[in-house]
Design a protein around this ligand. Structure first.
Ligand code: HEC
Length: 253
């Protein structure tokens, strides 16, 4: 007979239930954090829009900063458009001198220059010359930052997901349902990270990031909750029907 979670003793079932509960709370916390970081809000539950994802993974750092954390210093929203156009048109030095340098010197260099002593200044990130500004015009995350995030994300989530999916694999649910939930969740995790890179070059992959991220977290939470239920009760519909007890049971020999 296949081994099932239900066969474990009570202490083992308590141990797994609390682990799964911790993962549910952890995943919800991660979603809260992600929502707040992406929408630049301080508290509550924030649902990020696809635009927020594009800002993070597609726009050059200069443009995304002007749209988000540095937006309060931008004199005119048209300046963001001008910077964006300059970058996509090949970011030449001549055009920089004509349109970009004036924008930087009015709105940004009071803080972003190596000798600034203003409070709240950022002398370590100067934006006073063409060379300095052009550093922040690469689309999305830099390769180093992306590779750093990708491996931390995959190692971290992979480590708990293997436990969650392994526990789920030993529930009494129908085999096709178990395999489907496990496969979809793992594919979503890998697709999510893959699309961070692709979104750098092609904007429409931002939608796949949203879908894959939602599937991954939904799958993990769903498997945790269902496994907890399966540890203690028989979940109707999803559970595999038990083969009827052997005929010998009631026969007196
Ligand atoms: C009052 C000072 C101040 C002004 C004005 C200012 N910045 Fe900043 N900037 C900072 C500080 C401090 C940081 C680092 C902390 C942070 O990210 O908030 C920063 C970070 C940045 C970063 C890197 C981090 C990120 O958010 O992507 C960029 C790019 C940037 N600023 C661009 C600009 C541009 C463009 C302007 C002009 C529209 C501007 N800043 C105006 C103080 C300023």
């Amino acid at each position: 007979m296949a081994y099932e979670l239900k066969d474990l003793n009570q202490s083992a079932r308590l141990s797994l239930s609390f682990f799964l509960l911790a993962i549910v709370i952890g995943t919800v916390s991660a979603l809260i954090m992600l929502g707040l970081l992406l929408t630049h809000q301080e508290s509550g539950f924030a649902v990020p829009s696809v635009e927020n994802i594009k800002i993070k993974y597609h726009y050059p750092q200069l443009v995304s900063a002007m749209k988000t954390s540095m937006n309060q210093y931008v004199a005119d929203e048209a300046d963001i458009e001008a910077v964006s156009k300059w970058i996509s048109a090949g970011k030449t030095e001549a055009e920089y001198k004509k349109t970009i340098a004036p924008i930087m010197s009015t709105a940004c260099v009071s803080c972003h220059n190596p000798t600034s002593t203003m409070s709240g200044a950022m002398p370590g990130l100067p934006l006073t010359t063409y060379k300095e500004v052009v550093k922040y015009t690469v689309a999305g995350y830099s390769w180093v930052k992306m590779a750093k995030q990708a491996h931390v994300h995959l190692f971290g989530i992979g480590t708990f997901l293997v436990l969650v999916t392994f526990i789920f694999a030993f529930t009494s649910f129908r085999p096709w349902f178990r395999s489907l939930a496990i496969t979809v969740t793992w594919i979503a995790l890998i697709l999510d990270v893959l699309c961070w890179w692709l979104t750098k070059y092609e904007l429409s992959f931002a939608y796949v990031i949203v879908g894959a991220g939602a599937t991954m977290s939904g799958g993990a939470i769903g498997m945790c909750v269902l496994s907890i239920l399966d540890l203690w009760i028989t979940v109707p519909l999803l559970s595999q029907p038990k083969p009827s007890a052997p005929e010998t049971a009631g026969i007196d020999r």
